[in-house]
Design a protein around this ligand. Structure first.
Ligand code: NAG
Ligand code: NAG
Ligand code: NAG
Ligand code: NAG
Length: 357
């Protein structure tokens, strides 16, 4: 992995998206892959399976490994010297794919980087080695590099392929719950309270909306003793707005939580901080105000907090695109105007236009 690769990695980390994991493969030749789109599970297996026919394959996994981990150039004195080495920036479910190949053993290292077993060389043997214990060290990446150096040197196999990769985040799709009372419909998948020493899921039982226009009071009782989550929905000039959430007698201020009454408001994740009490996180929130609700309920088109998808912004972009188009058309036309190549003789007779009545 020469300097070039590191620069490439830096570049990739700027443009990379998706939820896969980076994979570095060394001591064995595999095909390069393009970054976009993601390297699919089957493509990855097509590279790894043939290796197993002739070699031992050991995959080091570190759960927090991401592209940005490789930004630390001096963290990898060992890996950066290894050649051949091929880097895949974004592989879909790399660790799951390998598990599907029935590893001979799943091993782990302790905090000192010591492997809890030994590797035996030989074709067809697949090992998965978790380096997660090194996460507690002060420079985990450097410790991973050292551990891999030690393990590969002591295995000393002639025919091997080594992999270093992260673990894909399990996106746990939480099931949400819709609360409705009077004019308010409130949906979320999770509300969490994180204080200095614990994280707690807040379970809310029921919602009670009282008050009238322009200020509705919303209260959701927590199943946890006497606490509740509450907030006010303020109505003004066609909009509804929430400025503060209260939980356990503590205020958590929120900004930009408003939408027209003709829309609902939605946000993937709202993180609210109170410097004394901690962090209140609300996931997949959607809220709507209806003057009257009847029939089958459906959320109206959402104003979202994730900028780009909001109808307002999309229509804004659309208008801008049209205006820019017109502007460029205009500029194009101006540029195609040519200076006249013939001039009237200034001394000669001027231009005459005969007008007959
Ligand atoms: C090594 O550790 C892993 C994970 O902690 C465990 O599953 C495995 O059984 C251990 N192997 C040996 C030989 O102790
Ligand atoms: C809702 O709030 C009102 C007024 O605060 C109260 O009288 C009523 O008992 C509450 N209902 C529920 C179900 O909590
Ligand atoms: C609240 O709900 C959670 C999850 O359902 C449950 O584990 C917990 O025991 C409940 N607490 C109370 C006080 O009922
Ligand atoms: C509410 O706050 C008090 C005081 O800070 C704390 O002792 C208590 O555990 C909190 N209750 C909940 C349910 O978080």
């Amino acid at each position: 992995m020469a300097k070039n690769s590191i620069i490439t990695i830096l570049f990739l980390s700027l443009i990379s998206t998706g939820h896969g994991t980076p994979v570095l493969i060394w001591r064995a030749q595999v095909n390069q892959k393009t970054v976009f789109p993601q390297v699919r599970q089957h493509e990855f297996l097509e590279e790894v399976k043939p290796l197993l026919e002739t070699r031992m394959v050991a995959a080091f996994t570190y759960d927090k490994l991401s592209l940005s981990s490789f930004r630390c150039e001096e963290c990898f004195p060992f890996l950066s010297q290894e050649s051949p080495a091929v880097f895949y920036a974004n592989v879909e479910k790399a660790d799951k794919s390998l598990l599907g190949l029935k590893p001979k053993a799943q091993l782990s290292v302790d905090i000192d980087g010591k492997l809890n077993s030994t590797l035996t060389c030989g074709a067809g043997k697949l090992y998965m080695i978790s380096l997660d214990a090194l996460g507690k060290a002060s420079n985990p990446m450097k410790r991973c590099d050292e551990a891999m150096k030690k393990i590969t040197e002591s295995a000393n196999c002639p025919d091997v392929a080594y992999l270093f990769m992260g673990k894909e985040d399990e996106v746990v799709e939480l099931s949400g719950r819709l609360y409705q009372h009077n004019q308010i419909s409130f949906y979320f998948t999770q509300i969490q309270m994180q204080s200095a020493d614990f994280i707690e899921d807040i379970i809310l039982l029921n919602m009670n909306v009282s008050g009238t226009d322009p200020m509705l009071s919303v209260e959701l009782k927590s199943n946890n003793t006497d606490t509740s989550l509450s907030f006010h929905v303020q109505l003004s000039s066609g909009y509804f707005e929430i400025r503060t959430f209260y939980y356990n007698d503590t205020a958590y201020y929120v900004s930009d939580l408003y939408a027209p009454q003709t829309n609902s408001y939605s946000c993937g994740k709202i993180v609210l901080r109170n410097k004394d009490k901690g962090i209140l996180t609300i996931r997949r929130l959607q809220i709507q105000y209806d003057q009257e609700r009847h029939g089958d309920f459906m959320f109206k088109d959402a104003w979202t907090c994730e900028g780009f998808t909001s109808p307002a912004i999309i229509s804004g972009l659309f208008v801008t695109a049209i205006l820019l188009g017109i502007l460029f058309l205009g500029i194009g036309m101006l540029m195609s105007v040519q200076a006249p190549t013939k001039y009237d003789n200034p001394i000669g007779p001027g231009l005459h236009i005969n007008v007959t009545d």
